[in-house]
Design a protein around this ligand. Structure first.
Ligand code: ZN
Ligand code: ZN
Length: 256
């Protein structure tokens, strides 16, 4: 689990969307909360250099909201921690392919040129490993796409013309042209394709329905769902390797 660190928590800008004109030059001021959570946030102007510490009451509100975001973030990161395994395996897939491919290819080449059944069977281990890695990655990504991606869709804009919202904290997402965006408030990854492709009213209704169900204590979350991509990796990988090996050995016995 990555440590958020208070310093990284973005200022909530005490009521996002309310303008903060500089009293010196009129330019919009930025809220900076680069200090610890207990320090007061500062309003700074990038044009005239004016800087003022937020009044105690506003700073307290900002601090309170940042703490709440941090709690939301920690809870989400804890629940989604098994996805770290998914990312790690995805990153190492190509390396494993090269190793198994080189080993299996070399052994098979040797086997067929020298007609040696022993090393051909041994070479099949490499081929089985390679097929195992390919199918393991296929199964894992399939599980991610089917089970995890729907959970990570951004919430649609609350009204036409507004920004899409973070699935976890509800904050406005940055206007990006990519298919996913990272929330600046809580760090959650959000897929953006649904808001454009679906009926926004239906999504908003579904969202409200979801809150109602949760508020009434129904539908306990399935905490094991985030382990499913890694689980699919092992199952598909083992099955793919076993089948490839058996078929390969039969072929070797017939052909070599
Ligand atoms: Zn100014
Ligand atoms: Zn968020």
């Amino acid at each position: 689990m990555t440590e958020l660190g208070y310093a990284q928590a973005p200022a909530v800008a005490a009521r996002e969307g309310v303008p903060r004109p500089c009293l010196g030059c009129g330019a919009p001021m930025a809220v900076t909360a680069d200090a610890q959570l207990h320090a007061d946030a500062t309003l700074t102007c990038g044009f005239c250099g004016r800087s003022e510490t937020m009044p105690a009451q506003a700073a307290a509100q900002d601090r309170y909201l940042r703490l709440r975001l941090m709690q939301v973030r920690r809870a989400r990161e804890g629940m989604e921690a098994p996805l770290k395994t998914y990312e790690m395996m995805r990153a190492s897939g190509v390396f494993a392919l090269i190793v198994f491919g080189a080993q299996g290819g070399w052994m098979l080449w040797g086997a067929f040129t020298t007609a040696d059944k022993g090393s051909a069977v041994f070479g099949m281990l490499g081929a089985a490993g390679m097929m195992g890695v390919i199918l393991a990655n296929f199964g894992m990504m399939r599980a991610f796409r089917k089970l995890i991606k729907p959970l990570q869709q951004a919430r649609p804009p609350a009204a036409p013309g507004l920004a899409a919202r973070c699935r976890s904290c509800g904050g406005d997402l940055p206007p990006v042209r990519s298919t996913h965006a990272t929330c600046a408030f809580c760090g959650a990854n959000n897929f953006l394709d649904n808001a454009a492709a679906h009926d926004v009213n239906a999504l908003l209704t579904a969202e409200q329905q979801d809150y109602k169900v949760r508020a009434s204590g129904g539908k306990p979350g399935d905490n094991t769902i985030y382990q499913r991509p890694a689980h699919a990796f092992y199952v598909w990988g083992a099955a793919g390797a076993a089948v490839t090996f058996v078929v390969g050995v039969v072929l070797v016995l017939v052909l070599v």
